[in-house]
Design a protein around this ligand. Sequence first.
Ligand SMILES: [Zn+2]
Length: 277
Amino acid sequence: MQLQAKVRIEGILRFGTPFHVGSGRPGESLSEMGVLLDPFGRPILPGSTLKGKFRASAEKLAHVMELTACLLDRSLSAVNCIGDEFYRKEKTDEYRALTDSSKKLDWINQNTCHICQLFGSPLQAGRIFFSDGKLIEETWAGTVQTRDGVVIDRDSERARDRLKYDFDVVPTGTEFEIWIEMINPTQQGLALCGAVIHEWQEGTMIGGFTSRGLGRAKLNSIKIEQVNYLDPSKRIAILMGKGWENVGLSLLDNAMNSLIQPLATATNLINRGGNHA
Ligand SMILES: [Zn+2]
């Protein structure tokens, strides 16, 4: 795939409550759950965790812009998409019969929901990439805290003694710089990003135990830059890594508007028609 444009989103994610992003090491038991730490004992916020949460947020907001989200499960979403395992199997022969690579690409685009087009699916690489969060050292308390938990027996609603467990949390106020990069963004992709970025500005929940109020985070200090590889006047600057221009949130807001405006107009026409009747 030829590189035509890149968009980079940077921001600072601040946790307003403690958070738990588990280390999930093999053999780790329910009775002692650690958080992901680097070799120096500092908390890590993996890009995969950020991507998973960002995708889930986008899935929930897609319908507002009349974009499709298969939820990787056609039985839940009723959206045909190769992200769904059974639909993919059903369509495999059709896909394999295509020989021309541009036809294959067209086929994938026609058989993929907007979420899979942006974040990827088993047949198609995503266009959006998440770096691991970079800890802002001054905000880090220097140590994790341990919390007690008890497993509640759902039938009796009584805590079962033998199922007491401890889990670690990273203290309130910890901040990370985050980076998101989009390759050859589409209007739909930019619009989905815009919706999620605005949601995260208001607040999101990241990691485990969010039902206990952990993992509340807000995204601030957002910076958005773009580089257009097809701009002939800037080619040399771009190849030297100096072609980035600051475009701000309006890049994402305009993309949201371009999708929502036609929908609003259509609704107005329907309403006006109704008034005349
Ligand atoms: Zn999909």
